[in-house]
Design a binder for this molecule. Structure first.
Ligand code: P6P
Length: 355
């Protein structure tokens, strides 16, 4: 006979039920809940996110063992379209996304930091109507010292035709994105995404092989203590950025955090507030980060979380790309902190105009 349950027993039962419910809130269920629909479009987006999750699991698995697997780390000896030395893991991660999407019937092409031209799904494979833009392994310079790296993704619907392979239809504003997010390979592997209904974070449970809901509807604080920038470039910036850095050096309440990988630095600011900057320099006003598959997806996320992303003078999501690998300066994070950085840019322009 079951004894009458005490209040303590019921409390434990409730906690266990809540934990079970949480473990059942997988990414695919969450996406469909978000869309509140089982329409073909909703099914497509759920399937796209499931493919992203599979890519993340495959890359996380490789990263976990990279130090033990012969030939997993190190350089390939080649240079990519960005002029950067390519790591073996960059190629592996890039190939994972291609393999995961090639037979999915969801996409018609993939555009990646690692490929000069988009990869077009072969005719003997099912062709979908979406394009995936991605940075397969952002911050891979962190790999050899076992520090965090990430994958960044942006999903757009194919528009227009692309017969000459120029992917001109991709060169549209970031407001055309239908989904964006990243996978952070850190102490745990987290997937953070938005389909235009808030920002949600999932933690990979390796024992289940599932991304389980960790934080729903994340909102970035309006202001935070963190400024994240590579101050080694200080003398390459224009005066407005130097004046901003002098300001935070002189005022209480700021702290510097910089990990050398956009995904980890952005993730910290998403939760704690503050601002990440990769400014242009006098020599390279366009900065280092790429618009279509780094800055635009992060800008989509931060706006969904109540923050802002700017070039310093223009909203990132309003910037129209002129070529696939276009770079852009990036100021992203809490809206008050982004506005403070912009105020220094405005002041510098005012001084310059005064002659
Ligand atoms: P730096 C990684 O190479 C990356 O593209 C971003 O992830 C990161 O924020 C930035 O470059 C780091 O660049 O010049 O500070 O090493």
């Amino acid at each position: 006979m079951v004894n009458a349950q005490t209040g303590e027993d019921l409390h434990i039962r409730l906690e266990e039920t809540q934990a079970l419910d949480r473990d059942c809130t997988t990414l695919s269920r969450h996406v469909l809940q978000q869309l509140q629909s089982f329409s073909p479009d909703a099914q497509d987006i759920s399937a796209l996110m499931n493919r992203i999750a599979l890519a993340g699991k495959l890359i996380a698995r490789r990263l976990t063992r990279a130090g033990l697997v012969e030939n997993a780390l190190g350089f390939t000896g080649t240079v990519n379209v960005q002029g950067e030395s390519v790591k073996k893991m960059d190629i592996y991660a890039n190939d994972v996304f291609i393999s995961v999407f090639k037979q999915s019937g969801l996409v018609c092409r993939l555009a990646s930091e690692e490929m000069e031209k988009p990869y077009y799904i072969p005719e003997n494979c099912p062709i979908g109507r979406y394009t995936l833009l991605y940075d397969p392994l952002d911050g891979s310079s962190n790999l050899d010292t076992n520090l965090n790296v990430g994958s960044i993704f942006s999903i757009r619907q194919q528009e227009g035709n692309d017969e000459d392979g120029s992917a001109r239809d991709l060169l549209q504003s970031g407001r055309k994105q239908i989904a964006a997010g990243y996978i952070l390979y850190g102490p745990s592997t987290m997937l953070v995404y938005s389909i235009g209904r808030g920002v949600h974070a999932f933690t990979l449970d390796p024992s289940l092989g599932e991304f389980i809901l960790a934080n729903e509807d994340i909102k970035i604080p309006d202001h935070g203590p963190i400024y994240s920038v590579n101050e080694g470039n200080f003398w390459q910036w224009d005066d407005s950025m130097r004046e901003y850095i002098r300001y935070v050096h002189r005022h209480e309440g700021y702290t510097a955090r910089y990990g050398g990988a956009l995904v980890g630095d952005f993730h910290r600011i998403l939760y704690q507030g503050g601002v990440f900057l990769y400014p242009g320099t006098v020599k390279k006003p366009e900065g280092k980060l790429r618009l279509l598959y780094e800055s635009a997806p992060m800008a989509y996320l931060v706006e969904q979380a109540g923050g802002r992303a700017s070039t310093g003078t223009e909203e990132i999501l309003d910037v129209l790309a002129e070529e696939l690998h276009q770079r852009t300066p990036l100021v992203i994070g809490s809206k008050e902190d982004v506005a403070l950085v912009e105020s220094f840019v405005k002041e510098q322009k005012r001084i310059s105009n005064q002659g």
